[in-house]
Design a protein around this ligand. Sequence first.
Ligand code: GDP
Ligand code: MG
Length: 441
Amino acid sequence: LSERLGGVFERLTKQGALTEDDVATALREVRVALLEADVSLPVARDFVKRVQEKATGQGVTKSVTPGQQVVKIVHDELVAVLRGDGPADALKIDNPPATILMVGLQGSGKTTTTAKLARRLAEKQGKRVLMASLDTNRPAAMEQLQILGVQIGVDTLPIVKGESAVQIAKRAKTQAAMGGYDVVMLDTAGRLHIDEVLMDEVQAVRDIAQPRETLLVVDGLTGQDAVNVAAEFDGKVGITGVVLTRMDGDGRGGAALSMRAVTGKPIRFVGLGEKMDAIETFEPERIAGRILGMGDIVALVEKAQETFEAEQAARMMKRFQKGLFNMNDLKMQLEQMMKLGGVQGMMGMMPGMGKMQKAAEEAGFDDKFIRRQVALINSMTKKERANPDLLQASRKKRIAAGAGLEVQELNRLLKQHRQMADMMKKMGKGGMMKQALKQMM
Ligand code: GDP
Ligand code: MG
């Protein structure tokens, strides 16, 4: 029984390690999934290469296939890339009136998103918001924003025909300052494609408006194009974040990954429909699942990992109940301890360990000490781990040398193991172990 327990981890890494072939095969599928989801080719290629390096040699959880395991690794990496440095911050709107500049191509959803965000700021954060349309190009564009403003109960800058975008921006800033607004949102004009005139206008507005946030609104369905747009806007105007619209549609959202990879700018919000409440903060997990389209596999691997950990804990519990406690058990415990925050963290959690903690501190029982103990156990043979009483003086010397430590240290370890094994035996007999373990796990 002890052999089986001790061998679990070894078996897992020896037989179950992902080979280069496993990874390459699975990644071919992943690459197709990425391209189908509209991730641009260079980004997909780059991403797959990184995962390849990461995945090769990693262990495979029992009861899932290597391919499934790779998909899980891909998913986690995708989430990490999409998340970037951390959760997308809330909009920076300190120092009122703070200006938020909305930029993007025509039809990407700027006006709709402006109103959606204004509504959020007003309702969720109690901010006084002023919206202004700088769209002097499209007929009725200003009226569109005004109508939305009435609908959501947010003020809009009165429309004055014949003004330039820059003039409107100036007036909006003045009005916001005088009117005691917290936030002023500038909804700019778009073009069908990037052109000089548009960029010049947006730059001029930016220089006047001095925005705290410049949000690029892009149509999540446009895939590759969206990436060029993002790179262009970021280069010329400088953006602080991206809003992906139309994520309620059939698109798989690959643009999110490409954009993140190309501009490095965070995706802040996701548009999920035409209604005013159809906007959400960006959730990397959701988009990752969508891009890969392999959500069930990810869930399956997670489940298998959980099951594996639970099985392992159950097996250990059974051993303890029988009063069994060899070096493998001790090693696992020591490793668990390090995982749970080292000596301090662990002792505090164990019932009835108050006295031991004091003694431990006095005896110099710290994290370094634990690492040395694990090193000693590692240089024992399987048989010796299962039954440390067998150790002869000559073997002791070699084990200590193998771990680069003194024999004294090994003797301390053996003594400690002895004490713990005795305790287990006593507790196992009295049925106390079950309760103690239950509290620990
Ligand atoms: P603008 O030209 O960038 O200002 O784009 P608009 O805000 O006028 O939006 C163009 C169209 O897209 C409108 O019909 C919007 O209702 C629609 N729209 C905007 N955002 C979304 C979204 O997240 N999902 C869906 N389905 N439609 C959207
Ligand atoms: Mg518009």
